[in-house]
Design a binder for this molecule. Structure first.
Ligand SMILES: [Zn+2]
Ligand SMILES: [Zn+2]
Length: 201
């Protein structure tokens, strides 16, 4: 169950799965206020990826219901925190599957946040304030600007093309995550097998 924090005051309409049937229904929830390093994004489009389906149906046994999927997010910035660099209101942007990382380790300092041990995802993750993250099947998103990609300086016709590019890039990350899950699961299974071997000896 999502931990309610005092600054989660913004009411947002979205779509959530509530159990392993995977059925997505309208869902109203809260998002945090826009912090100093956050931008608020009015979501215009969000891709539907098979990872979203896996999470909705709890195929990997890690879903925290209710889950608001969606990690291929595009939209327009409506609010900018005081410490945000490189973005302004009205900018067209995209957000992938990452919502938070330590920003201090060797990976975070070399633009490889996806390897950070403290990495958290844009939905079904746990943000620093203890709240469960909710994804892009919703009206708006509050996100740290360091996990936002710019789609600015594009005409509206090119915006759609760029959205496709962003979606393709996030698809790529998504496959990396699936690959990661497969590796981790196989390693865990090896550990179990090794433990069983030890016990049987
Ligand atoms: Zn890190
Ligand atoms: Zn995906």
């Amino acid at each position: 169950m999502a931990k309610t924090t005092p600054n989660h005051t913004q009411t947002v309409s979205g779509w959530a799965a509530h159990d392993s049937s995977g059925k997505i229904t309208p869902y109203t929830f809260k998002r945090r206020e826009n912090g100093v390093t956050d931008v608020t994004i009015k979501i215009l489009y969000c891709g539907i990826c098979h990872t979203d389906v896996h999470h909705a149906k709890d195929d990997w046994g890690i879903t925290m219901y209710p889950v608001v999927p969606g990690h291929e997010i595009t939209g327009v910035i409506t609010k900018v925190g005081s410490d945000v660099e490189g973005f302004k209101e009205g900018d067209k942007v995209g957000v992938g599957c990452l919502a938070a990382s330590c920003l201090d380790c060797e990976y975070c300092k070399t633009d490889q946040e996806n390897y950070c041990e403290k990495l958290q995802f844009v939905y079904n993750g746990i943000f620093w304030d203890g709240s469960i993250t909710y994804g892009g099947y919703s009206q708006m998103l509050v996100v740290d600007y360091r996990y936002v990609g710019s789609a600015q300086n594009l005409s509206n016709s090119n915006f759609i093309t760029t959205l496709n590019l962003i979606l393709n890039v996030t698809f790529f990350f998504c496959y990396l995550i699936i690959f990661y899950h497969v590796i981790v699961l196989s390693q865990r299974m090896n550990i179990i097998f090794l433990t069983q071997d030890k016990k049987s000896n």
